[in-house]
Design a protein around this ligand. Structure first.
Ligand code: CO8
Length: 258
């Protein structure tokens, strides 16, 4: 598959997707979002891939949805034909882990896409923001919902209402990102994390992701029950036998992904 707005490659069991509209700070237009969805689904289906990394450039992960493309939309364009929103939810269907490796600007839809990923590793120059209010609109791809869950209502309100950007020190302190690294170490760190994940049993990786995500959607007692069922289900896999046996025999586990 050839793409125009993204680049893809695989390294061992890791699939890398790079947003690639350098002249527009990786602004997320319809074509890019279509291509991102296709690439994510292709990696999700590929049995050899255990983990996906999504990144941008050193200047911008993505500076938001494409303002030039949106400026003339009417409510009917946006609502009836679903132009803007129809291809923004594919990430939610992806069952393998997706790590966002963020350098530079992650603004508006860019911040929202980063938050749709399972965790964010940020370079020291990363900046996060929801500046839509300056454009006379508001976040439309989950920013008002995921930010309060990620960093508290107070900080989410601050970002959505004032449009101020958050640097990595604040973003890490607030819990938006899981790791901060020097810019020149960003991809090394993202691949190191992805390779660790990829060395685990694929079905168990998927169960762990599913279970953590459940915490967003349900009550604590239902979530705990959900987790318990998946934990019990893990005992139906060969990889649980192998993992525990390998520990007892003091050797590395060799998972068969079943
Ligand atoms: N859309 C289109 N073009 C963009 C965007 C964007 N979001 N961001 C930057 N560009 C373009 C600029 O127009 C410029 O193009 P040109 O060279 O042709 O003039 C080029 O990228 C370089 O940008 P700048 O010259 O502005 O570079 P600076 O280094 O001076 O500034 C910034 C970088 C701070 C990132 C600045 O470009 C900026 O503020 N960009 C806009 C950020 C923004 O407002 N983002 C929110 C967009 S709205 C949104 O994301 C809604 C999401 C809803 C999703 C809904 C779907 C479900």
């Amino acid at each position: 598959m050839t793409y125009e707005c993204i680049l893809t490659e695989t390294r061992d069991k890791v699939g890398l997707i790079t947003l690639n509209r350098p002249k527009a700070m990786n602004a997320l237009n319809d074509q890019l979002m279509d291509e991102l969805g296709l690439a994510l689904k292709a990696f999700d289906k590929d049995e050899n891939i255990h983990c996906i990394i999504l990144t941008g450039s050193e200047k911008a992960f993505a500076a938001g949805a494409d303002i030039a493309a949106m400026v003339g939309y009417s409510f009917m364009d946006a609502y009836k034909d679903d132009y803007i929103t129809r291809n923004w939810e594919t990430m939610r269907q992806i069952r393998k882990p997706v790590i966002a490796a963020v350098a530079g600007y992650a603004l508006g839809g860019g911040c929202e896409v980063a938050m749709m990923c399972d965790f964010i590793i940020a370079a020291e120059n990363a900046k996060f923001g929801q500046p839509e209010i300056k454009l006379g609109t508001l976040p439309g791809a989950g920013g008002t919902q995921r930010l309060p869950r990620a960093i508290s209502k107070s900080k989410a309100m601050d970002m959505c209402l004032t449009a101020r950007m958050m640097d990595v020190v604040e973003a890490e302190r607030a819990g938006l990102v899981s790791r901060v690294v020097p810019l020149d170490k960003l991809m090394e760190e993202a691949f190191a994390a992805a390779n660790v994940i990829a060395s685990m049993s694929l079905p168990i990786i998927m169960m762990a992701k599913e279970s953590v995500n459940r915490a967003y959607e349900t009550t604590l007692s239902e979530g705990i029950q959900y987790e318990r069922r998946l934990f019990q289900a893990s005992f139906g896999t060969e990889d649980q036998k192998e993992g525990m046996q390998a520990f007892l025999e003091k050797r590395p586990a060799v998972f068969k992904n079943k």
